[in-house]
Design a protein around this ligand. Sequence first.
Ligand code: TGC
Ligand code: FAD
Length: 391
Amino acid sequence: MSSDVDYYNLEDLLGQEERLVRDVARRFIDDEFMPRIQLCFREGRFPTELIPRLGELGFLGMTLPTEYGCAGLNNIAYGLVSQELERGDSGLRSFASVQSSLVMYPIFQFGSDEQKKFWLPRLATAEAVGCFGLTEPDFGSNPGGMLTRARRERGGYVLNGTKRWITNGSISDLAVVWAKLEEDGTDVIRGFLVEKERTGFTRRDIPGKFSFRASVTSELIFEDCWIPEDNLLPKTGGLKSPLMCLTQARYGIAWGALGAAMACYESALEYAQNRVMFSRPIGGYQLVQAKLVTMITEITKGQLLAHRLGTLKDAGSMRPQQVSMAKMNNVSTALHTARLARDILGGNGITDDYPVIRHLLNLETVNTYEGTEDIHRLTIGRDVTGLSAFE
Ligand code: TGC
Ligand code: FAD
């Protein structure tokens, strides 16, 4: 929801604190982020100089308790901040999603008291940056098949394997890594904390990206990488543990993608009102109006979905399958909106003078990561039919 793209007056549903936090995020994007994103995207560079600001503004791990230096806000506020960050760029929202939902959340949920006390305050201020290594070169949609292994040795664990497509990989101080560990003759997926300095741990960035250019995406390689026993996240056990983290991140994406969609809609609307072709502004032609109406209608439906999901999450009754529906629908809506906006902008739509092509390219990734559109469709299909299409 934003004050500009709010056809159903959803602003009325927001509390004072939620509006305040949203407005802080909006000002940060307008004043500090937008002036630099065009060049960052061209240069293929994440604006690392802004990382401390995300900590200062309280946007990292913002729903976690204040005793760990976090803001202790509700999930609607978290959603609104995700929306504003992604109105700037999906890569920026991704940085915050990974740090908050995929690094701080697993430490909070599965970590020991010592791990929480040491890492959470540092991650909240961005003194430390984290990444999340689940995907592997041959195991994306099916992470349960992962090959990365941990074995017990010398009072700790030795990791071997490769993780691919890891956001923040090469700029992170800490990696949350998922690996199989043999326990009583059975392989169990466990989570491990791996500091960047560990011998046998190397990172390399993935070159040639046309999407998420203003974001760091890396490979993590573990070759006989020894870590102490205390680096195991003690309460992890099975694929369910990383999937619980994904539920948190997907929630933020369901809101965030709407931010990108709003930016595209606003850009297309303004263009359509001003661009004269034949005898009048193109916004006066029925075909162009139909495209704009599709955009605002689908965005409004997505906003209602996101807000209701946030209410369920704050009440503690949100189901992962409901998150799948919102992630699938809202990212698909954003991608379709970006394509329509690109079309309305004509030739200008392929240049970075407008934000639309950048959002469109980014949203191709957002539709794939955190569960592809197909995977979420099949997850909901399994839920409603009781029959799994995965095996
Ligand atoms: P399945 O049998 O379905 O599940 C195993 C256990 O986990 C439970 N579960 C969940 N729990 C919480 N949240 C969820 N979303 C959950 N989904 C499943 C499930 O109830 C079960 O529990 P239990 O108690 O019975 O053991 O496992 P499966 O092997 O059939 O796989 C299901 C599938 C395909 C849906 C899953 O593997 C999947 O989600 N695949 C997509 C992989 C994915 O999304 N990867 C994302 C990597 S991280 C990333 O992309 C970061 S991008 C940067 C950013 O976020 O900005
Ligand atoms: P695949 O799983 O090979 O899928 C390819 C196609 O096959 C898709 O269309 C898919 O829907 C389809 N498909 C697969 N299985 C089925 C099926 N059973 N039925 C029907 N269709 C199917 N991962 C992390 O762990 N951490 C990160 O920080 C992270 N960041 C990322 C950042 C970027 C920029 C990108 C691009 C990816 C990132 N990922 C990350 C990885 C991401 O989660 C995976 O790319 C995603 O899960 C899909 O896996 P895949 O690329 O191997 O595609």
